[in-house]
Ligand binder design. Structure first.
Ligand code: NDP
Ligand code: AKG
Length: 485
C-alpha cells in the first residue's frame, strides 16, 4: 500500500483496475509553500479518457447486477479505511489545497462517513408497488442504475466532493469516471488507491487526471457516458448543461453561492459573530456555501462589526500544516488575484474596508491574504452580487427584518442562507421565505451535514439534489413494470 506521506509522489490515472500515466505530467504544488512539490500528476489526453470510459462501459453491466451486500461491503470497507487514515489523508488535503490541518482531517472524516452512509443506502434501494387501474394487474416501480456516470469535481473539497459523487454512484450500481480538479490530484488519487483495494471489480471506478477544458467536453460527447455530475463555477456549469442538453444527457450541477447571513438586533452577539467568522472565513472562504454577505440590522450593526473585526485581527493566517493556523492560504495565484481584484472593486464601489484585504508576505512563499471585511456596502454593488470565492465578506446595513429578508433574497444565487436571531417568529418566517436550498438558524451557512440533501435554488444548482437519500434520484432511473399474474 502506497503511503500519501512518501516524498515526491506519482498521482497516476486508474483505468480498468490498473495504474497508468497520462500523456504528460503536471506538478502538484503546496499553496502554503510553493517550493514544496507534493507530486507529479497524470495529465491525460483524449485516448486515456476514452480508455477509461470504455473500461467503465465494459464493467457497468456486471456491477449493475451485483447484490446489495457486495455494494455494501465495498463502500463500507472504503469508509472504514478513510476513517482509519483520516489524519494522514487530512494532511495530504491541507498540503495540496491549503485548508487547515483540522479542516483537512474533518473533511477526510466526512468522506469516510459518506461512504459508510451510502453503504447502508445500498441495502435500502427504494421501490414502490401500486395496483393498476385495470383489474388483476400489478405495477412495480423499480430503480435501476443509469450506467456510466462522468464525475467532474472542483478543488475546494478534494476528498468530500469526489466521495459524495462516487459513493452514491457505486451504491446504486453505476460505473464511474472521475475527473478531479487539476489543482488537487492527490486526494483523488488516494481515494482511487483505497477503492483499488476494496474488492470493487476492475473498471467500475476509473480516475482520469487532466485539464477539464479538454477532457470535459470529450466526456460529455461520448455516447457511453449517460450522465454528468459537476461541482464548480457557474460558467463551466452552464457550458456543461448546454452540452448535456445537446446530447440529451442527464446532468446535475452544483455551482456558486452569494449566501446571506442575516443578523437581527435580538441576536446573541457571540453566536452571530461566531457564525460569520466561520461561515465567511474558515476554509479561506473557499466554499460555495460561504457567508459572503452579512446582512445586519442597524441596532446591532456597530457592535457586530466591532466584534467581528476583533476576531479577524486575532485570526492566525499561515501554513495550513501548522497546528496554530486558523486560516490557510488561497489555493493558487489565479484565485488570489481574483480575491484581491474583488477587494479593489469593492473599494472603488464605495465599500469601507474595515479590516484586511492585503496580500501577506510570510516566512515562506505561498498564496496568503489577510481576511477582508467591508462595511457600508449596498446590495447593488458587485461585491454583493458576484461570487468571490475567497476570504472576503461585506456587511449590508438594513433597517429591520423585512428589509433583511428582501436583501437576502435579492440575488441570482440560492444555495444557503442563515439568520441569527432569538425570535422564533423571525426564524420560522425566514425558513419559510428564504429563497435558498439550505437555511440555517444561529449557524454558519457553510459546513453542513453529510446525510441530508445538499443543493440550492436559482443559479446555484441544477438537476436533482446531491447527498442523503435524495441522491437516489440522480444516480438511478425508474422503470415501471406491469404484471398480469
Ligand atoms: N461551487 C463550487 O464549489 C466551486 C466554485 N468555484 C468557482 O469557480 C472559479 C474558478 O475555479 P475553477 O477551478 O477554474 O472552476 P471550474 O468550474 O473551471 O472547475 C471545476 C471542475 O471543472 C473542470 N472543468 C473546467 N473546464 C471544464 C469544461 N469546459 N468542461 C468540463 N469540465 C471543466 C475543472 O477541471 P480543471 O481543474 O482541469 O480546470 C474542474 O475539475 C472559482 O474562483 C470559484 O468562483 C470553484 C471551485 C468550486
Ligand atoms: O459547506 C459545506 O459543507 C460544503 C460546501 C461545498 O460543498 C462547496 O463549497 O463546494
Amino acid at each position: 500500500m502506497a503511503s500519501v506521506e512518501a516524498g515526491a509522489m506519482r498521482f497516476d490515472n486508474f483505468i480498468a483496475g490498473e495504474w497508468a500515466g497520462g500523456q504528460s505530467r503536471v506538478e502538484n504544488i503546496n499553496p502554503s509553500d510553493t517550493r514544496d512539490v507534493i507530486g507529479l500528476a497524470a495529465r491525460s489526453g483524449a485516448a486515456d479518457l476514452d480508455r477509461a470510459i470504455d473500461a467503465a462501459h465494459a464493467a457497468a453491466p456486471g456491477w449493475a447486477a451485483s447484490t446489495p451486500q457486495q455494494r455494501f461491503d465495498v463502500l463500507d470497507a472504503v469508509g472504514t479505511e478513510i476513517l482509519a487514515r483520516k489524519e494522514e489523508l487530512g494532511r495530504l488535503l491541507a498540503r495540496e489545497e491549503g485548508k487547515t490541518l483540522a479542516e483537512g482531517i474533518g473533511e477526510a472524516a466526512r468522506a469516510g462517513q459518506i461512504f459508510k452512509f451510502f453503504a447502508g443506502e445500498a441495502l435500502r434501494l427504494p421501490g414502490e408497488r401500486l395496483a393498476s387501474v385495470r383489474p388483476g394487474i400489478e405495477i412495480d416501480m423499480r430503480r435501476e442504475p443509469v450506467g456510466v456516470i462522468g464525475l467532474i469535481t472542483p478543488w475546494n473539497f478534494p476528498i468530500a466532493i469526489p466521495a459524495w459523487k462516487v459513493a452514491p454512484a457505486l451504491a446504486y450500481g453505476n460505473a464511474v469516471v472521475l475527473k478531479p480538479a487539476e489543482l488537487v490530484p492527490g486526494c483523488a488519487w488516494a481515494l482511487a488507491d483505497i477503492l483499488s483495494r476494496s474488492g470493487l471489480p476492475a473498471g467500475v471506478f476509473n480516475l482520469v487526471g487532466g485539464r477539464g477544458s479538454e477532457l470535459g467536453p470529450r466526456m460529455i460527447e461520448n455516447p457511453k457516458v449517460k450522465a454528468i455530475s459537476f461541482t464548480g463555477s457557474v460558467p463551466t456549469g452552464r457550458g456543461i448543461a448546454a452540452a448535456c442538453g445537446q446530447h440529451l444527457k442527464k446532468v446535475q450541477l452544483e455551482m456558486g453561492g452569494k449566501n446571506p447571513l442575516v443578523v437581527l438586533d435580538d441576536a446573541d452577539l457571540d453566536v452571530a459573530v461566531g457564525a460569520a467568522l466561520n461561515g465567511a472565513f474558515f476554509s479561506t472562504g473557499q466554499r460555495c456555501t460561504a457567508s459572503s454577505r452579512l446582512v445586519v440590522t442597524e441596532g446591532i450593526h456597530d457592535r457586530f462589526v466591532a466584534a467581528l473585526t476583533e476576531k479577524l485581527k486575532a485570526l492566525v493566517v499561515g501554513d495550513a500544516l501548522d497546528p496554530k493556523t486558523q486560516m490557510g492560504p488561497v489555493v493558487d495565484e489565479k484565485q488570489l488575484e481574483q480575491d484581491l481584484a474583488y477587494v479593489e472593486i469593492a473599494r472603488q464601489e464605495g465599500g469601507r474596508l474595515a479590516f484586511g484585504g492585503d496580500r501577506l508576505t510570510l516566512d515562506k512563499p505561498g498564496f496568503y491574504m489577510a481576511p477582508a471585511l467591508f462595511t457600508e456596502t449596498t446590495h447593488a454593488m458587485r461585491i454583493n452580487r458576484e461570487e468571490v470565492f475567497g476570504p472576503v465578506a461585506s456587511v449590508v446595513r438594513v433597517r429591520d427584518y423585512d428589509e433583511a429578508l428582501a436583501v437576502a433574497n435579492d440575488t441570482d444565487f440560492g444555495l444557503s442562507s442563515g439568520i441569527c436571531t432569538t425570535s422564533l417568529k423571525h426564524a420560522s418566517d425566514f425558513k419559510a421565505k428564504s429563497q435558498a436550498g439550505m437555511v440555517l438558524v444561529n449557524l454558519p451557512t457553510a459546513g453542513v451535514d453529510y446525510h441530508v440533501p445538499f443543493g440550492g435554488t436559482k443559479g446555484s444548482s441544477f438537476g436533482a439534489r446531491e447527498q442523503g437519500r435524495y441522491a437516489v434520484e440522480f444516480y438511478t432511473t425508474v422503470k415501471t413494470a406491469y404484471t398480469q399474474p
